[in-house]
Design a protein around this ligand. Sequence first.
Ligand SMILES: Nc1nc2c(ncn2[C@@H]2O[C@H](COP(=O)(O)OP(=O)(O)OP(=O)(O)O)[C@@H](O)[C@H]2O)c(=O)[nH]1
Ligand SMILES: [Mg+2]
Length: 450
Amino acid sequence: MDTIAAIATPNMAGSIATIRISGGDAFAVAGKVFRRPVDDMAGYTARYGRIYDGDTELDNGVVLVFRAPKSYTGEYVAEITCHGGVYVARRVLQACLNAGARLAEPGEFTKRAVLNGKLTLTQAESVIDVINAQSERYLACCNAQKSGALEREIERIAGQVLSLSAHISAWIDYPDEIDEEPTKVLRQLSDVRLELSRLVQSYDVAKTVRDGVITAIVGKPNAGKSTLMNLLTRKQRSIVTDVPGTTRDVVEETVDIGGTLLRLCDCAGIRESDDVVERIGIEYMYSRIEEAALVIAVFDNSRALEKDDYDLIERIRGKSCVCVVNKSDLPDVVDLAALSAEFGGAERVVRICAKNPEALQTLSDVIVKACDVSSFDLSAGFIANERQRLCVIQARELVEQAIAGIESNAPLDTTGFLLEQVLEELYRLSGKSVSADIINEVFEKFCVGK
Ligand SMILES: Nc1nc2c(ncn2[C@@H]2O[C@H](COP(=O)(O)OP(=O)(O)OP(=O)(O)O)[C@@H](O)[C@H]2O)c(=O)[nH]1
Ligand SMILES: [Mg+2]
């Protein structure tokens, strides 16, 4: 394969920039740019030097060499690190192109890693997820995926389909010798369908873990919603005053709470109001409750529950909720027992003083427990993108056809044929059997230099 080069660091000013070169002539290209040979260098070693484009000195920097196959792409790789200016990095890249390299296409380094057997297709796809991860939890899941969690899961399911398929072939060939009941095959197929459904579900869970759980902070005016917002975001994000009806616009912020990403929105307080602006704010709050996957309902410890509180409780019924009883520093007036009963137990109710930073830990623990996504184990592999999702949905559809076929006494070879197609879909997902078109499609979404 020819030798490619690209800037691997972001296209912005920084302390350093890296230009990555990969291919048979990588060392020759780096040698020209440094005007001294690098092919005598051992793998994983670095050398300092001046960087040139022909006779023009551009910068000084370091070249790091990787000898095939012990590199990201599996090829000879040289990485030149220079000063991190946008212009200087582009000039060093241009020097590499003038020295014989070709500009890499998006994702071409990772594509070569796949073609050279350094990464499987789903592992390569997870590289994008690692880059986009914004929380501890999603990063951990992506790393599990990068080390092959999804492949192992697919292999396991494919193994079940394969043995069922072998069984059915034997059944077709030796109908008298196999003492088989269709119910047993049906049960196994239902298990496979369930596993595939779990994978389909993992896509939505992973999306929520990646992008954040949409969380609405609601309650009546002055309950302390904005104080709570500021506590969770660890900054003065929302305006706090003792005037009821302070917040009107929806204030949004994404935060990492105990490793789980939350997309918080602080809204207007719920109450009957004649103020036209406040009423619009309250309408916004209602629509945010609809969208929310988690509701943080805030009540004032120093005030008795009243109609507005009960209206709110009705509106959020059936949602995943955390009940926060705020202002624990003031006299206890609120009916805690009534709130516990409404929110399904004392463990969903937390008493805090949102003005006290120490409340953050208590609140975080309750929030993490209340997030539905926290109970789903993504580290066993998850569906990370639309391509993978379509393969699983297709496989599940074929399994359903096979089940319907057996139930209506269709010929066994039809079932056998359907199961072969299920396997094909699963292998397409894992990349075990994949066309050049799909590989190209996957890598088009990568950035240049990756
Ligand atoms: N004593 C005490 N006061 C608090 C506590 N939390 C908030 N407050 C005060 O309660 C008042 C209202 O707080 P906000 O956070 O603005 O309440 P809110 O629910 O956002 O109110 P609106 O935006 O009007 O709906 C402010 O004066 C806060 O300082 C607390 O834990 N203890
Ligand atoms: Mg407010």
